[in-house]
Design a protein around this ligand. Structure first.
Ligand code: ATP
Ligand code: MG
Length: 478
Protein backbone atom coordinates (compact mmCIF):
# COMPACT_ATOMS: atom_id res chain seq x y z
CA UNK A 1 0.00 0.00 0.00
CA UNK A 2 1.26 3.48 -0.83
CA UNK A 3 2.47 5.38 2.19
CA UNK A 4 0.04 8.14 3.16
CA UNK A 5 1.73 11.54 3.38
CA UNK A 6 0.74 13.62 6.40
CA UNK A 7 -0.40 17.04 5.13
CA UNK A 8 1.81 20.02 6.03
CA UNK A 9 0.45 23.06 7.86
CA UNK A 10 -0.21 26.13 5.70
CA UNK A 11 2.86 28.41 5.65
CA UNK A 12 2.54 31.23 8.15
CA UNK A 13 -0.08 29.48 10.32
CA UNK A 14 0.55 28.37 13.89
CA UNK A 15 -0.68 25.56 16.11
CA UNK A 16 -0.61 27.24 19.48
CA UNK A 17 -0.14 24.90 22.43
CA UNK A 18 1.26 24.66 25.95
CA UNK A 19 2.83 27.79 27.42
CA UNK A 20 2.28 29.75 24.22
CA UNK A 21 -1.42 28.97 24.41
CA UNK A 22 -1.46 29.90 28.10
CA UNK A 23 0.06 33.30 27.30
CA UNK A 24 -2.40 33.73 24.45
CA UNK A 25 -5.36 33.05 26.78
CA UNK A 26 -4.01 35.44 29.39
CA UNK A 27 -3.84 38.22 26.86
CA UNK A 28 -7.42 37.57 25.77
CA UNK A 29 -8.65 37.23 29.38
CA UNK A 30 -7.04 40.52 30.40
CA UNK A 31 -8.54 42.18 27.34
CA UNK A 32 -12.01 40.91 28.24
CA UNK A 33 -11.66 42.19 31.80
CA UNK A 34 -10.44 45.62 30.81
CA UNK A 35 -12.90 46.12 27.97
CA UNK A 36 -15.75 45.41 30.40
CA UNK A 37 -14.27 47.82 32.89
CA UNK A 38 -14.30 50.50 30.19
CA UNK A 39 -17.82 49.58 29.07
CA UNK A 40 -16.96 48.25 25.61
CA UNK A 41 -19.52 45.80 24.22
CA UNK A 42 -18.25 42.65 22.56
CA UNK A 43 -19.11 41.91 18.95
CA UNK A 44 -18.65 38.65 17.01
CA UNK A 45 -17.81 39.31 13.39
CA UNK A 46 -17.74 37.20 10.21
CA UNK A 47 -14.29 35.99 9.21
CA UNK A 48 -14.98 36.85 5.58
CA UNK A 49 -16.62 39.82 3.93
CA UNK A 50 -17.30 40.97 0.36
CA UNK A 51 -13.92 42.09 -1.03
CA UNK A 52 -15.26 45.61 -1.53
CA UNK A 53 -15.51 46.11 2.25
CA UNK A 54 -11.73 46.14 2.51
CA UNK A 55 -10.75 47.35 -0.95
CA UNK A 56 -12.79 50.55 -0.66
CA UNK A 57 -12.13 51.45 2.93
CA UNK A 58 -8.46 50.59 3.30
CA UNK A 59 -7.56 52.23 -0.02
CA UNK A 60 -6.67 50.37 -3.20
CA UNK A 61 -3.05 51.50 -3.06
CA UNK A 62 -2.24 50.27 0.44
CA UNK A 63 0.03 47.27 1.01
CA UNK A 64 -2.78 45.30 2.61
CA UNK A 65 -5.14 45.67 -0.34
CA UNK A 66 -2.61 45.52 -3.14
CA UNK A 67 -0.47 42.64 -1.85
CA UNK A 68 -1.72 40.96 1.29
CA UNK A 69 -5.38 40.01 0.95
CA UNK A 70 -6.68 36.46 0.72
CA UNK A 71 -9.42 37.01 -1.84
CA UNK A 72 -11.30 34.29 -3.67
CA UNK A 73 -14.41 33.65 -5.61
CA UNK A 74 -16.97 31.51 -3.85
CA UNK A 75 -19.13 28.96 -5.64
CA UNK A 76 -21.74 31.59 -6.38
CA UNK A 77 -19.14 33.76 -8.14
CA UNK A 78 -18.93 36.45 -5.44
CA UNK A 79 -15.53 37.89 -4.56
CA UNK A 80 -14.90 37.36 -0.85
CA UNK A 81 -11.90 38.22 1.31
CA UNK A 82 -10.70 36.70 4.57
CA UNK A 83 -10.62 39.68 6.90
CA UNK A 84 -7.17 41.34 7.07
CA UNK A 85 -8.40 43.64 9.88
CA UNK A 86 -11.48 44.22 12.05
CA UNK A 87 -12.24 47.88 11.55
CA UNK A 88 -13.72 47.81 8.03
CA UNK A 89 -15.95 44.82 8.83
CA UNK A 90 -17.18 46.47 12.01
CA UNK A 91 -18.05 49.62 10.05
CA UNK A 92 -19.85 47.51 7.46
CA UNK A 93 -21.84 45.88 10.31
CA UNK A 94 -22.57 49.29 11.78
CA UNK A 95 -24.15 50.36 8.49
CA UNK A 96 -25.85 47.00 7.71
CA UNK A 97 -27.58 46.86 11.10
CA UNK A 98 -28.42 50.51 11.64
CA UNK A 99 -26.33 50.77 14.79
CA UNK A 100 -26.44 54.56 14.39
CA UNK A 101 -29.11 54.51 17.08
CA UNK A 102 -26.46 53.41 19.62
CA UNK A 103 -23.83 56.08 19.06
CA UNK A 104 -21.46 56.73 20.61
CA UNK A 105 -20.88 53.00 20.36
CA UNK A 106 -17.93 51.32 22.05
CA UNK A 107 -17.16 47.92 20.53
CA UNK A 108 -14.50 45.28 21.01
CA UNK A 109 -13.62 42.10 19.18
CA UNK A 110 -10.85 39.55 18.97
CA UNK A 111 -9.99 36.70 16.67
CA UNK A 112 -7.99 35.58 13.63
CA UNK A 113 -6.98 37.73 10.67
CA UNK A 114 -5.33 36.82 7.41
CA UNK A 115 -2.62 38.58 5.43
CA UNK A 116 -0.37 37.16 2.75
CA UNK A 117 2.97 38.32 4.19
CA UNK A 118 6.46 36.91 4.45
CA UNK A 119 6.27 34.83 7.65
CA UNK A 120 8.86 35.53 10.36
CA UNK A 121 8.97 35.92 14.13
CA UNK A 122 5.92 37.95 15.15
CA UNK A 123 4.56 38.00 11.59
CA UNK A 124 2.20 35.31 10.34
CA UNK A 125 -0.34 34.76 7.60
CA UNK A 126 -3.00 33.87 10.11
CA UNK A 127 -2.52 35.97 13.21
CA UNK A 128 -4.80 37.22 15.96
CA UNK A 129 -5.80 40.63 17.17
CA UNK A 130 -7.61 42.40 19.95
CA UNK A 131 -9.64 45.28 18.62
CA UNK A 132 -11.38 48.28 20.17
CA UNK A 133 -13.43 50.93 18.41
CA UNK A 134 -15.44 53.98 19.44
CA UNK A 135 -17.88 54.85 16.67
CA UNK A 136 -19.82 58.08 16.38
CA UNK A 137 -17.67 60.29 18.61
CA UNK A 138 -15.63 63.05 17.04
CA UNK A 139 -14.48 64.42 20.38
CA UNK A 140 -10.91 64.13 21.60
CA UNK A 141 -12.29 62.52 24.77
CA UNK A 142 -12.89 59.36 22.71
CA UNK A 143 -9.23 59.23 21.63
CA UNK A 144 -8.17 59.71 25.24
CA UNK A 145 -10.51 56.99 26.51
CA UNK A 146 -9.30 54.54 23.90
CA UNK A 147 -5.64 55.21 24.69
CA UNK A 148 -6.28 54.85 28.43
CA UNK A 149 -7.86 51.48 27.70
CA UNK A 150 -4.77 50.39 25.75
CA UNK A 151 -2.45 51.66 28.48
CA UNK A 152 -4.39 49.85 31.20
CA UNK A 153 -4.37 46.62 29.22
CA UNK A 154 -0.57 46.75 28.94
CA UNK A 155 -0.31 47.48 32.66
CA UNK A 156 -2.53 44.54 33.58
CA UNK A 157 -0.42 42.30 31.39
CA UNK A 158 2.66 43.52 33.25
CA UNK A 159 4.38 44.77 30.07
CA UNK A 160 3.76 48.53 30.23
CA UNK A 161 7.37 49.24 31.23
CA UNK A 162 8.96 48.07 28.02
CA UNK A 163 6.44 49.71 25.73
CA UNK A 164 6.20 53.36 24.62
CA UNK A 165 3.20 55.16 23.24
CA UNK A 166 4.20 57.11 20.13
CA UNK A 167 1.70 59.68 19.07
CA UNK A 168 1.21 61.81 16.00
CA UNK A 169 -1.48 63.80 14.28
CA UNK A 170 -2.28 63.54 10.60
CA UNK A 171 -4.54 66.57 10.81
CA UNK A 172 -7.91 66.99 9.18
CA UNK A 173 -8.41 66.33 5.45
CA UNK A 174 -7.30 69.87 4.60
CA UNK A 175 -4.10 69.71 6.68
CA UNK A 176 -3.31 66.27 5.41
CA UNK A 177 -3.66 67.26 1.75
CA UNK A 178 -1.44 70.31 2.17
CA UNK A 179 1.18 68.26 3.98
CA UNK A 180 0.97 65.51 1.39
CA UNK A 181 1.69 68.01 -1.40
CA UNK A 182 4.72 69.32 0.50
CA UNK A 183 5.97 65.77 1.04
CA UNK A 184 5.61 64.88 -2.62
CA UNK A 185 7.60 67.96 -3.54
CA UNK A 186 10.33 67.09 -1.05
CA UNK A 187 10.58 63.47 -2.15
CA UNK A 188 10.48 64.40 -5.84
CA UNK A 189 13.56 66.54 -5.29
CA UNK A 190 15.40 63.48 -3.88
CA UNK A 191 13.78 60.90 -6.08
CA UNK A 192 17.06 59.44 -7.32
CA UNK A 193 18.30 58.65 -3.82
CA UNK A 194 15.12 56.82 -2.77
CA UNK A 195 14.78 53.06 -2.68
CA UNK A 196 12.80 51.43 -5.43
CA UNK A 197 9.91 50.72 -3.06
CA UNK A 198 9.77 54.32 -1.99
CA UNK A 199 9.90 55.61 -5.55
CA UNK A 200 6.91 53.41 -6.13
CA UNK A 201 5.19 54.78 -3.00
CA UNK A 202 5.79 58.32 -4.22
CA UNK A 203 3.03 57.81 -6.75
CA UNK A 204 0.77 55.58 -4.71
CA UNK A 205 1.14 56.47 -1.05
CA UNK A 206 3.81 59.12 -0.37
CA UNK A 207 3.10 59.34 3.40
CA UNK A 208 4.32 55.80 3.74
CA UNK A 209 7.88 56.82 2.75
CA UNK A 210 8.12 58.56 6.12
CA UNK A 211 8.19 55.29 8.02
CA UNK A 212 10.29 53.39 5.48
CA UNK A 213 12.68 50.95 7.07
CA UNK A 214 15.15 51.11 4.10
CA UNK A 215 18.41 52.63 5.25
CA UNK A 216 18.90 54.73 2.12
CA UNK A 217 15.47 56.35 2.63
CA UNK A 218 16.06 57.39 6.21
CA UNK A 219 18.00 60.67 5.72
CA UNK A 220 15.47 61.85 3.15
CA UNK A 221 12.50 60.80 5.26
CA UNK A 222 14.03 62.41 8.36
CA UNK A 223 14.55 65.69 6.51
CA UNK A 224 10.98 65.78 5.20
CA UNK A 225 8.69 68.56 6.46
CA UNK A 226 6.65 67.91 9.62
CA UNK A 227 2.91 68.22 9.47
CA UNK A 228 2.98 70.90 12.17
CA UNK A 229 3.44 73.75 9.68
CA UNK A 230 0.38 72.59 7.75
CA UNK A 231 -2.02 71.94 10.60
CA UNK A 232 -5.21 73.98 10.57
CA UNK A 233 -6.01 75.65 13.86
CA UNK A 234 -8.83 73.13 14.47
CA UNK A 235 -6.47 70.24 13.92
CA UNK A 236 -3.92 71.80 16.28
CA UNK A 237 -6.56 72.32 18.93
CA UNK A 238 -7.77 68.75 18.58
CA UNK A 239 -4.29 67.32 19.05
CA UNK A 240 -3.75 69.55 22.08
CA UNK A 241 -6.94 68.19 23.65
CA UNK A 242 -5.78 64.63 23.12
CA UNK A 243 -2.37 65.21 24.69
CA UNK A 244 -3.85 67.16 27.62
CA UNK A 245 -6.30 64.33 28.26
CA UNK A 246 -3.50 61.77 28.25
CA UNK A 247 -1.43 63.87 30.64
CA UNK A 248 -4.42 64.25 32.94
CA UNK A 249 -4.86 60.46 33.03
CA UNK A 250 -1.18 59.76 33.60
CA UNK A 251 -0.67 58.02 30.27
CA UNK A 252 2.90 58.63 29.09
CA UNK A 253 3.43 59.40 25.39
CA UNK A 254 6.08 60.73 23.05
CA UNK A 255 5.59 62.62 19.83
CA UNK A 256 6.75 60.83 16.71
CA UNK A 257 6.22 63.17 13.81
CA UNK A 258 7.28 60.45 11.36
CA UNK A 259 4.50 58.13 12.42
CA UNK A 260 1.94 57.57 9.70
CA UNK A 261 -0.42 54.66 9.46
CA UNK A 262 -0.45 52.43 6.43
CA UNK A 263 -4.13 52.75 5.69
CA UNK A 264 -5.72 55.67 3.85
CA UNK A 265 -8.59 56.24 6.20
CA UNK A 266 -6.75 57.82 9.13
CA UNK A 267 -7.26 61.44 10.24
CA UNK A 268 -6.03 63.37 13.27
CA UNK A 269 -4.69 61.03 15.92
CA UNK A 270 -2.38 58.19 14.89
CA UNK A 271 -0.50 56.10 17.42
CA UNK A 272 1.56 53.00 18.01
CA UNK A 273 2.68 51.28 21.17
CA UNK A 274 6.18 50.09 20.35
CA UNK A 275 8.85 48.05 22.05
CA UNK A 276 12.46 47.31 21.20
CA UNK A 277 12.18 43.82 22.69
CA UNK A 278 10.72 42.03 19.70
CA UNK A 279 13.24 42.89 16.99
CA UNK A 280 11.78 44.16 13.73
CA UNK A 281 8.20 43.37 14.74
CA UNK A 282 8.16 46.02 17.49
CA UNK A 283 4.65 47.44 17.13
CA UNK A 284 2.30 45.66 19.49
CA UNK A 285 -0.75 47.91 19.33
CA UNK A 286 -1.66 50.53 16.77
CA UNK A 287 -4.53 52.68 15.62
CA UNK A 288 -5.95 56.09 15.18
CA UNK A 289 -8.91 58.17 14.16
CA UNK A 290 -10.70 57.25 10.95
CA UNK A 291 -13.29 59.92 10.36
CA UNK A 292 -13.55 59.19 6.62
CA UNK A 293 -14.10 55.44 6.66
CA UNK A 294 -17.89 55.22 6.92
CA UNK A 295 -18.30 57.47 3.90
CA UNK A 296 -16.00 55.26 1.85
CA UNK A 297 -18.50 52.45 2.54
CA UNK A 298 -21.42 54.60 1.40
CA UNK A 299 -22.53 55.56 4.93
CA UNK A 300 -23.11 58.96 6.51
CA UNK A 301 -20.22 60.91 7.98
CA UNK A 302 -19.44 59.11 11.24
CA UNK A 303 -16.30 60.00 13.16
CA UNK A 304 -14.60 57.06 14.87
CA UNK A 305 -11.37 56.00 16.50
CA UNK A 306 -9.93 52.56 17.16
CA UNK A 307 -6.94 50.34 17.71
CA UNK A 308 -5.82 46.79 17.14
CA UNK A 309 -3.16 44.79 18.94
CA UNK A 310 -1.37 41.63 17.86
CA UNK A 311 -2.13 38.89 20.40
CA UNK A 312 0.99 36.89 19.48
CA UNK A 313 3.25 39.91 19.96
CA UNK A 314 1.64 40.77 23.29
CA UNK A 315 2.01 37.12 24.29
CA UNK A 316 5.73 37.21 23.49
CA UNK A 317 6.16 40.30 25.66
CA UNK A 318 4.28 38.67 28.51
CA UNK A 319 6.73 35.77 28.16
CA UNK A 320 9.71 38.16 28.26
CA UNK A 321 8.38 39.93 31.32
CA UNK A 322 7.41 36.89 33.36
CA UNK A 323 9.80 34.22 32.13
CA UNK A 324 8.20 30.83 32.24
CA UNK A 325 4.52 31.24 32.61
CA UNK A 326 3.05 29.84 35.79
CA UNK A 327 0.56 27.21 34.81
CA UNK A 328 -2.72 27.00 36.74
CA UNK A 329 -2.64 25.03 39.97
CA UNK A 330 -4.00 21.53 39.87
CA UNK A 331 -5.61 19.03 42.19
CA UNK A 332 -5.58 15.56 40.67
CA UNK A 333 -7.62 12.56 41.83
CA UNK A 334 -6.17 9.15 40.90
CA UNK A 335 -7.93 5.78 41.19
CA UNK A 336 -5.74 2.79 42.00
CA UNK A 337 -7.58 0.55 39.56
CA UNK A 338 -10.91 0.00 37.80
CA UNK A 339 -12.67 -0.84 41.10
CA UNK A 340 -11.97 2.64 42.42
CA UNK A 341 -12.59 4.50 39.16
CA UNK A 342 -16.22 5.45 39.83
CA UNK A 343 -15.23 6.55 43.34
CA UNK A 344 -12.51 8.84 41.98
CA UNK A 345 -14.94 10.30 39.44
CA UNK A 346 -17.55 10.83 42.17
CA UNK A 347 -15.01 12.60 44.39
CA UNK A 348 -13.80 14.99 41.70
CA UNK A 349 -17.38 15.72 40.61
CA UNK A 350 -18.24 16.49 44.23
CA UNK A 351 -15.32 18.89 44.67
CA UNK A 352 -16.05 20.71 41.42
CA UNK A 353 -19.73 21.10 42.17
CA UNK A 354 -19.14 22.41 45.68
CA UNK A 355 -16.21 24.62 44.69
CA UNK A 356 -17.86 28.04 45.10
CA UNK A 357 -19.08 27.10 48.57
CA UNK A 358 -15.73 25.62 49.60
CA UNK A 359 -13.90 28.72 48.43
CA UNK A 360 -16.13 30.91 50.54
CA UNK A 361 -15.37 28.76 53.55
CA UNK A 362 -11.66 29.14 53.12
CA UNK A 363 -11.64 32.84 53.79
CA UNK A 364 -8.63 33.39 55.95
CA UNK A 365 -10.15 34.17 59.32
CA UNK A 366 -12.53 31.30 59.33
CA UNK A 367 -9.79 29.03 58.16
CA UNK A 368 -7.37 30.03 60.88
CA UNK A 369 -10.02 29.60 63.51
CA UNK A 370 -10.94 26.15 62.33
CA UNK A 371 -7.36 25.19 61.95
CA UNK A 372 -6.27 26.32 65.38
CA UNK A 373 -9.10 24.46 67.00
CA UNK A 374 -8.39 21.29 65.14
CA UNK A 375 -4.63 21.49 64.90
CA UNK A 376 -3.25 23.54 67.77
CA UNK A 377 0.28 22.50 66.85
CA UNK A 378 0.37 24.10 63.42
CA UNK A 379 -0.54 27.73 63.20
CA UNK A 380 2.38 30.13 62.89
CA UNK A 381 3.02 29.70 59.17
CA UNK A 382 -0.45 30.44 57.99
CA UNK A 383 -1.41 33.32 55.71
CA UNK A 384 0.50 36.35 56.82
CA UNK A 385 -1.02 38.44 54.07
CA UNK A 386 -4.59 39.54 53.63
CA UNK A 387 -5.19 37.95 50.27
CA UNK A 388 -8.34 36.02 49.84
CA UNK A 389 -8.27 32.48 48.58
CA UNK A 390 -8.80 32.84 44.85
CA UNK A 391 -9.18 29.79 42.74
CA UNK A 392 -7.68 29.72 39.27
CA UNK A 393 -6.91 26.06 38.89
CA UNK A 394 -8.26 22.71 37.89
CA UNK A 395 -9.71 19.65 39.60
CA UNK A 396 -8.82 16.69 37.39
CA UNK A 397 -9.47 12.99 37.53
CA UNK A 398 -6.94 10.42 36.29
CA UNK A 399 -8.00 8.65 33.14
CA UNK A 400 -5.67 5.67 33.51
CA UNK A 401 -5.52 3.10 36.30
CA UNK A 402 -1.76 2.59 36.67
CA UNK A 403 -1.71 4.74 39.75
CA UNK A 404 2.03 4.61 40.37
CA UNK A 405 2.85 5.92 36.90
CA UNK A 406 0.16 8.57 37.03
CA UNK A 407 1.35 9.63 40.46
CA UNK A 408 4.92 10.09 39.24
CA UNK A 409 3.75 11.99 36.19
CA UNK A 410 1.63 14.32 38.33
CA UNK A 411 4.58 14.89 40.66
CA UNK A 412 6.86 15.69 37.73
CA UNK A 413 4.32 18.19 36.45
CA UNK A 414 4.23 19.95 39.81
CA UNK A 415 0.60 19.14 40.64
CA UNK A 416 -0.17 20.89 43.96
CA UNK A 417 -2.31 18.16 45.50
CA UNK A 418 -2.48 14.53 44.37
CA UNK A 419 -5.32 12.57 45.94
CA UNK A 420 -5.22 8.82 45.52
CA UNK A 421 -8.39 6.81 45.91
CA UNK A 422 -8.50 3.16 46.98
CA UNK A 423 -11.39 0.78 47.04
CA UNK A 424 -12.63 0.30 50.62
CA UNK A 425 -14.69 -2.77 49.75
CA UNK A 426 -17.96 -0.84 50.01
CA UNK A 427 -19.98 -1.01 46.80
CA UNK A 428 -21.25 2.55 46.91
CA UNK A 429 -19.11 4.88 44.74
CA UNK A 430 -19.49 7.47 47.52
CA UNK A 431 -17.40 5.53 50.00
CA UNK A 432 -13.62 5.28 49.62
CA UNK A 433 -10.20 5.41 51.18
CA UNK A 434 -8.16 8.47 50.25
CA UNK A 435 -4.68 9.72 50.84
CA UNK A 436 -2.98 12.81 49.57
CA UNK A 437 0.35 14.24 48.55
CA UNK A 438 0.93 17.98 48.71
CA UNK A 439 3.93 19.90 47.43
CA UNK A 440 5.93 21.89 49.95
CA UNK A 441 5.52 24.95 47.73
CA UNK A 442 1.77 24.65 48.02
CA UNK A 443 1.90 24.04 51.79
CA UNK A 444 4.02 27.17 52.17
CA UNK A 445 1.16 29.24 50.83
CA UNK A 446 -0.75 28.41 53.98
CA UNK A 447 -4.45 29.04 53.72
CA UNK A 448 -3.97 30.29 50.17
CA UNK A 449 -2.66 26.97 48.90
CA UNK A 450 -4.60 24.37 46.96
CA UNK A 451 -4.15 21.97 49.90
CA UNK A 452 -6.54 24.17 51.91
CA UNK A 453 -9.32 23.02 49.65
CA UNK A 454 -8.49 19.38 50.08
CA UNK A 455 -7.98 19.64 53.82
CA UNK A 456 -11.42 21.18 54.17
CA UNK A 457 -12.94 18.19 52.41
CA UNK A 458 -11.08 15.75 54.60
CA UNK A 459 -12.22 17.63 57.66
CA UNK A 460 -15.82 17.66 56.53
CA UNK A 461 -16.07 14.13 55.25
CA UNK A 462 -13.42 12.14 57.08
CA UNK A 463 -15.02 9.43 59.12
CA UNK A 464 -12.10 8.96 61.47
CA UNK A 465 -10.31 11.52 63.61
CA UNK A 466 -9.11 14.37 61.34
CA UNK A 467 -5.43 14.17 60.56
CA UNK A 468 -3.04 14.87 57.79
CA UNK A 469 -2.03 11.24 57.66
CA UNK A 470 -2.96 8.88 54.90
CA UNK A 471 -5.78 6.45 54.36
CA UNK A 472 -8.61 8.57 55.51
CA UNK A 473 -11.98 6.97 55.00
CA UNK A 474 -14.48 9.37 53.50
CA UNK A 475 -18.06 9.14 52.41
CA UNK A 476 -19.59 11.70 50.06
CA UNK A 477 -23.03 12.90 51.13
CA UNK A 478 -26.00 11.48 49.20
P1 ATP B 1 3.38 46.10 10.55
O1 ATP B 1 3.96 47.46 10.30
O2 ATP B 1 4.07 45.33 11.63
O3 ATP B 1 3.14 45.31 9.29
P2 ATP B 1 0.65 46.95 10.40
O4 ATP B 1 0.67 48.42 10.38
O5 ATP B 1 0.44 46.21 9.13
O6 ATP B 1 1.94 46.38 11.17
P3 ATP B 1 -1.86 46.91 11.77
O7 ATP B 1 -2.67 46.71 10.56
O8 ATP B 1 -1.84 48.24 12.41
O9 ATP B 1 -0.38 46.44 11.50
O10 ATP B 1 -2.23 45.82 12.86
C1 ATP B 1 -2.19 46.09 14.25
C2 ATP B 1 -1.30 45.12 14.97
O11 ATP B 1 -1.54 43.78 14.58
C3 ATP B 1 0.17 45.30 14.70
O12 ATP B 1 0.68 46.33 15.50
C4 ATP B 1 0.73 43.96 15.11
O13 ATP B 1 0.86 43.86 16.51
C5 ATP B 1 -0.35 43.03 14.64
N1 ATP B 1 -0.03 42.46 13.32
C6 ATP B 1 -0.21 43.03 12.10
N2 ATP B 1 0.15 42.19 11.12
C7 ATP B 1 0.56 41.04 11.73
C8 ATP B 1 1.04 39.77 11.25
N3 ATP B 1 1.16 39.49 9.96
N4 ATP B 1 1.38 38.82 12.18
C9 ATP B 1 1.25 39.08 13.50
N5 ATP B 1 0.80 40.24 13.99
C10 ATP B 1 0.45 41.22 13.14
MG1 MG C 1 1.68 45.13 7.82
Amino acid sequence: MAKIQTPQPVRGTQDIFGEDQERFSRVVDAFQRVRRLYGFKGVEMPVFEPTAVFARSLGETTDVVSKEMYSFEDRGGDSLTLRPEFTAGICRAFLSNGWQQHVPLKLSAHGPLFRYERPQKGRYRQFHQLDAEIIGAGEAAADVELLCFADQLLRELGIADGVTLQLNTLGDAESRDAWRAALVEHFQAHRDQLSEDSRDRLERNPLRILDSKERQDRPIADAAPDIDAYLSSEAKEFFAQVTEGLDACGVAWTRNSRLVRGLDYYRHTAFEFVTDRLGAQGTVLAGGRYDGLMESLGGPHTPAVGWAAGIERLGMLVGEAQGNIKLPERLVVLADGPMAAAKASALSAYIRRRLPELIKKIDRDRWNRVFEVEQPGIDGTFAENDDEFSFDGSIEVGLKYNQRKQFDKAKREGVSVIVTVRDDGVRSPKSMLVSSHRTQEDMDKGALGMHALWTLIEMELGEGEFSLVNDQKIRLPE
